[in-house]
Design a protein around this ligand. Sequence first.
Ligand code: SF4
Ligand code: SF4
Length: 285
Amino acid sequence: EEGKLKKPDWLRVRYNDSPQVDAIKQTLRQHSLASVCEEASCPNLYECFSKGTATFMIMGDICTRRCPFCDVAHGRPNALDSDEPAKLAEAVTSMGLKYVVITSVDRDDLRDGGAGHFVACIDEIRKRSDSIRIECLVPDFRGRLEDAIAKFKTCVPDVLNHNLESVPRLYKQIRPGSSYEESLRLLKSFKTEHPDIMTKSGIMLGLGETESEIHEVMKALREAHVDMITIGQYLQPSKHHLPVDRYVTPEEFDRLHDLAIEMGFVHAACGPLVRSSYHADEYSF
Ligand code: SF4
Ligand code: SF4
């Protein structure tokens, strides 16, 4: 019962260290910032850091929800650090990053779900640089959607990303406390308010979904006018997490990529090692 599927060769990655990666890690330490890249031991870390892309986790590392595929700790969250936006902006500019992804845990304890803090981070970065592109990978702001959307009224990222993670049938099991419909509504509402801002979403495969269910989600995303999609392989962070149901072949990912483009997504990153922020910088605006 322990997810005894053998890991296929295409998921084996080589870890390269380089002075450039070391320098970025140093800067993160100096500014006491957490990157998802490091925390999640992302297999793409070397590639992303070398290209000037990194994903930062704001508002602490304790989530108010508990998704059984996710490695983030849950419990009572940290108090908001009002200096964090400025610290993040300083680090981002001193690291010479070109594309920054800002994400957070779910903050069901905050009235706006943390949207105001996201906006403060965008604002501080933009004060220091007008060339760094910013993607916000936001939680669902469930129950606070209107408040959250209002916070983005005058200050928006270059890309608004919110992951559906999986197909609706599996939500109860995989995303307790979240709602597929509400997540779609967030993407749709944001696009209605800001038609010129790119929106993006992603799912993980290997959790028990079927091919037609994947297609259904892709279709729903297009109906919500989502521009970009990421589709990757779910990997079990530890034996206490949901087991992997299957390893999707690179060929199936290629087919999904072609289908996504056919459906009208302007950018699709589909592959075994694809993460939400993988090759995020590749789409030129
Ligand atoms: Fe970081 Fe995302 Fe790149 Fe992984 S894919 S190293 S999390 S930016
Ligand atoms: Fe992890 Fe997000 Fe679920 Fe929190 S809401 S447990 S950060 S996937």
